[in-house]
Design a binder for this molecule. Sequence first.
Ligand code: CTP
Length: 135
Amino acid sequence: MKTVITYGTFDMFHVGHLRLFKRMRELGERVIVAVSTDEFNALKGKQAVIPYEERYEIIAALKCVDLIIPETCWEQKVIDIREYDVDVFVMGSDWSGKFDFLLPYCRVVYLPRTLDISTSSLKESIRSPRVAFNV
Ligand code: CTP
């Protein structure tokens, strides 16, 4: 059985996140998602709109995800890979090359991002909605 893992905040859960998980499932039978805690995001200078417990609850309801763990620090990846016997480490292509230091421990795959959707763009479209003119 192959185990696949990814890490992220997954704030305002959207189809780009869902497709990433579905493609992880194609790479292995066990999909683990490490969700960044609010405390870890604060260390990164980020604040999620949706609190950790709710981001966790949404991802836990997905049938393409088998296990969720908290991401609490930058250094945990090697420990997690060993503890959960991970075969493939996955991130979206915006992270290309950034996790190649994990190559001694497992396969590292950067999957193409889903186009035209991100938490940032959702936030922006809520801040500045496009006005529809009926004339
Ligand atoms: N991701 C993806 N396709 C998207 C958006 C995100 O494949 N359209 C992937 C990212 O590459 C990352 C994971 O989903 O591996 C978690 O990304 P996250 O930063 O939580 O989501 P974003 O929508 O990119 O959030 P932000 O705009 O705040 O960076």
